[in-house]
Design a protein. Structure first.
Ligand code: ADP
Ligand code: ASP
Ligand code: MG
Length: 812
């Protein structure tokens, strides 16, 4: 058994260890390897670094280490033994202090001295734990593993000499049959007798060596999480323990960064087929992860995802490499001589370049060595000096079963691509047990979560919304999201979170999702809003499935869409400006949306929540062709003319329409017909035809005074003053037995909008309230048009149209 740093990190946790050992020792003989008290190895290194830098603060760090151990002793060891144990501890701490004082004087820290220093950690913890057992009346021996584990001289990362080590372990345990033997992990001794260590995290390995030498029934690694997880639980909240896994899968995951297991640990137990379990000291009843030869047959092709940070990518390239054998041999020999560990290699079949990933701390050394080794070729311009890129990380997906499934790498890279994670290099071993990708360090969290979602949570998808504009429609949208969230989660398997909110004055963000019950208060206490600030924040949060929702009618917001799309952030807008401004802007946004495979949706631009654009897109995409369009597209104008008669003033009806929220914030946009012109323009464009607003014939019904009004108030005044003009329109229609409808038409490549008298029997005649109607005459619907009809204005239907676009974007 091995207990890690957290497991022995406090008196309370050590008592937990004691209770686990007590129980198990009743029917098994236990060899128990322990790490240093949590954080102590780091503290030792820190103290040494301070001392070497001539900073007196090393004394503080030493005192921390001292207090930590003495506190544990006080919390653990009964009075009877307390003084005796403390005396031993204080003696060891005294030696440590002398070593640190020495470092301060000579200000130099060699790898050899580092090992001497580090060995105090496990030395102290193993002694304390053996005494804790004895003080609870459980007999336990303490054996110093430095007398058992024999290594080479490679300090801080020593290689184990297996023959000698095995023999030592066997011999010791042959003569010592204590039910519990405590041994310090990590520390060892070279053949020459120098203290060495097995590399950071190496206590796991000590335990595996002992398990293998003794042909143990089982190796148990007790740590602070309930097993090996599908991804690092600190970075991926949805990660969960893997029930069972094969040795090879465990090796791959640990090599690629799953810190829960030190990579060399698996080898010794694998050879003897000793089962291994990873368990949680703080939750011993949880099953943990079982590691065996085959794992338990599990249909999942991908078992886990891991990552290594601080990676540098080095590229050797040049025309002189093509077809000439020996380049890679020389390259890798050079790196081997420098003892540089290569984590990933890729070479294109053109042989024009070789690219490899190493730890960033090795990069400079690698570059120097390789450039010297290829000095001649570089001078002759056969190859370029080696190229070094830093700030990178490797993410890897691992699973024995991946080789039997096609499409895994496709899924991996499309998930990353959809979320704007740029992949710099790729490697897939022929075993197909591991596919790794080199990405930017800053994208690691997003990449891990994206991959985790794609391979382990296909059931639920996380949507991250950023909403700007919280007027009438925005407010309804937030209400709908809040009340519909449980349904969407249950039925559509999507979890919707609003991460950012903004109006023209303030903006707020919450990475975990804003509480939508109190969003108004939260927004009021937010920071000062800015369009660039909003965009930058969304980019820097770098969340997967990000969607920007524009619920404003603001031009400046619309002119930012291109930047969102370029960053793979989907755009959903009820703002019409982008799609109805210059054709170049519209078509560029459509192009970006295709190029970055990022949705740009604006269904609510026409007919509020009615599925007008979506239907049109389906027709066009399936090869249909639009011949003409006839439509009533203004819910507000329809409302106004449906309620206007010789019994009411035109002015009052317009006021009412505005109060009910059917008009744009500025009613002139509706009454001038410009809003309708924009809508027919968007339909024409979505039909695949290039057109601009100027091309549309505008047949307005306002008086010149109304058209010329400077302010909304002036405009209302002209309506009052010129009531007669509007009454005349009404009278004429009535006399002709017609209804007034503001109609938009497209035919023969031309579009126009204007007020028309519609005779009874026409599909527009009975259009009620604020309804819209669109008739598409197409190649397929040539005689009878396809008709879409229903409420075409109002905050609720518009909000639900936005909601539908959000879901469409998420389904992309
Ligand atoms: P110990 O001190 O017990 O050896 P470590 O800190 O070395 O513990 O390893 C356990 C830690 O490994 C966990 O707390 C977790 O943060 C980290 N970790 C990284 N990847 C994984 C993973 N895939 N599964 C479980 N833990 C992981
Ligand atoms: N104490 C050592 C370290 O922190 C070894 C270990 O805990 O496994 O790296
Ligand atoms: Mg560890």
């Amino acid at each position: 058994m091995k207990f890690g740093g957290t497991s022995v990190g406090s008196a309370k946790n050590i008592l937990q260890v004691v209770s686990i050992l007590k129980q198990l020792s009743e029917h098994s003989q236990l060899a128990v390897v322990v790490s240093a008290v949590g954080g102590v190895t780091d503290s030792l290194l820190k103290a040494a670094k301070l001392a070497v830098e001539k900073s007196q603060e090393y004394n503080d760090e030493f005192n921390n280490i001292k207090d930590k151990h003495l506190n544990i002793v006080d919390g653990l060891i009964s009075e009877q033994y307390n003084a005796m144990v403390k005396e031993v501890i204080l003696d060891k701490l005294d030696q440590l202090k002398q070593l640190l004082d020495g470092l301060y004087l000579i200000n130099e820290l060699s790898p050899k001295t580092t090992d001497k220093l580090l060995s105090f950690g496990e030395g102290l913890s193993s002694y304390i734990i053996s005494q804790a057992l004895n003080s609870s009346g459980i007999e336990a021996d303490l054996k110093n593993s430095q007398e058992l584990i024999v290594t080479d001289e490679q300090h801080t990362q020593a290689g184990v000499i297996l023959g000698l080590t095995n023999a030592n372990i066997k011999a010791y345990f042959k003569d010592n049959k204590s039910a519990i033997t405590i041994l310090p992990g990590f520390i060892s001794r070279s053949e020459k007798g120098e203290l060495t260590t097995l590399g950071r995290g190496g206590s796991d390995y000590t335990a595996a060596l002992i398990a293998a030498a003794l042909k143990a029934d089982e190796l148990q690694i007790w740590t602070d999480v309930s097993g090996m997880y599908t991804a690092n639980p600190k970075l991926v909240k949805q990660a969960r323990p893997i029930e069972s896994i094969s040795y090879q899968e465990a090796v791959e995951l640990s090599h690629f960064g799953a810190k829960v297991l030190y990579p060399p640990t698996v080898q010794p137990v694998l050879e003897l087929n000793i089962p291994m379990v990873i368990k949680n000291t703080m939750a011993p009843d949880e099953p943990g992860t079982l590691i065996t030869e085959t794992g338990i047959k599990n249909i999942r092709p991908v078992k886990g995802i891991s990552h290594i940070g601080d990676i540098a990518l080095l590229t050797l390239q040049g025309n002189g490499m093509v077809g000439i054998p020996g380049f890679s041999r020389r390259l890798f020999e050079t790196l081997a001589q420098e003892k540089i560990n290569i984590i990933l290699i890729t070479q294109a079949s053109s042989e024009h370049s070789i690219c490899f990933g190493i730890k960033v701390e090795d990069a400079e050394r690698a570059k120097k060595a390789v450039d010297i080794s290829f000095e001649n070729e570089i001078a002759l311009h056969k190859i370029d000096p080696i190229l070094v890129e830093t700030g990178l990380a490797i993410v890897a997906i691992v699973g024995d079963n991946m080789k039997n499934h096609q499409g895994i790498s496709g899924r991996m890279f499309s998930a990353l691509g959809r979320n704007n994670v740029n992949v710099r290099a790729i490697a897939q071993g022929a075993s197909e047990r591991n596919i790794s990708a080199v990405i930017d360090e800053k994208d690691v969290r997003k990449a891990l979560n994206t991959l985790h979602e794609s391979f382990f949570e296909v059931e639920t998808k996380q949507l991250n919304l950023f909403i700007t504009g919280v007027g009438n429609v925005g407010e309804r949208l937030i209400e709908q999201i809040n009340s519909q969230a449980p349904f969407v989660k249950e039925r559509l398997k999507m979890k919707i979170r609003v991460i950012g909110l903004s109006n023209s004055r303030k903006m707020v963000f919450d990475k975990k999702g804003l509480d939508l019950n109190h969003w108004k208060r939260t927004l009021e206490s937010g920071e000062v809003a800015s369009l660039d600030g909003f965009l930058d924040m969304i980019k820097s949060l770098n969340l997967r499935n990000s969607i920007f929702v524009d619920v404003t009618a603001n031009e400046d917001v619309a002119y930012k869409y291109d930047q969102y799309l370029r960053a793979n952030i989907a755009v959903v807008a009820c703002n019409k400006i982008a799609c109805s401004s210059d054709f170049g802007i519209y078509s560029e946004l459509k192009r970006l949306s295709r190029k970055y495979n990022t949705p740009f949706l604006f269904e609510t631009n026409v007919g509020a929540g009615l599925p007008v654009i979506d239907t049109l897109n389906h027709l066009i995409n399936s090869g249909d062709e639009v011949h003409s369009i006839k439509a009533v597209l203004s819910g507000s104008l329809n409302f106004i003319f449906n309620n206007f008669s010789d019994q009411v003033r035109f002015h009052d009806v317009v006021r009412l329409a505005q109060e009910e929220g059917y008009t744009e914030p500025d009613p002139r946009i509706d009454l001038s017909g410009i809003d309708v012109a924009r809508k027919i323009l968007i339909l024409v464009r979505e039909s695949g035809i290039e057109m601009n607003l100027d091309d549309i014939e505008m047949d307005g019904f306002l008086t010149s005074a109304a058209t010329g009004a400077k302010t909304v108030n002036d405009f209302y005044q002209t309506l009052k003053d010129e009531e007669g003009h509007y009454q005349a329109l009404y009278r004429s229609a009535k006399e002709n037995n017609c209804q007034l409808k503001f109609v938009a038409e497209f035919a023969d490549g031309k579009a126009k909008v204007g007020l028309q008298e519609i005779p009874s029997g026409h599909p527009f005649y009975n259009l009620e309230g604020k309804d819209n109607i669109v008739m598409f005459y197409t190649a397929r619907y040539s005689e009878q048009p396809m008709i879409i009809k229903g409420a075409g204005a109002g905050a609720d239907v518009t909000a639900s149209g936005l909601f539908a676009d959000i879901i469409r974007a998420a389904n992309n």
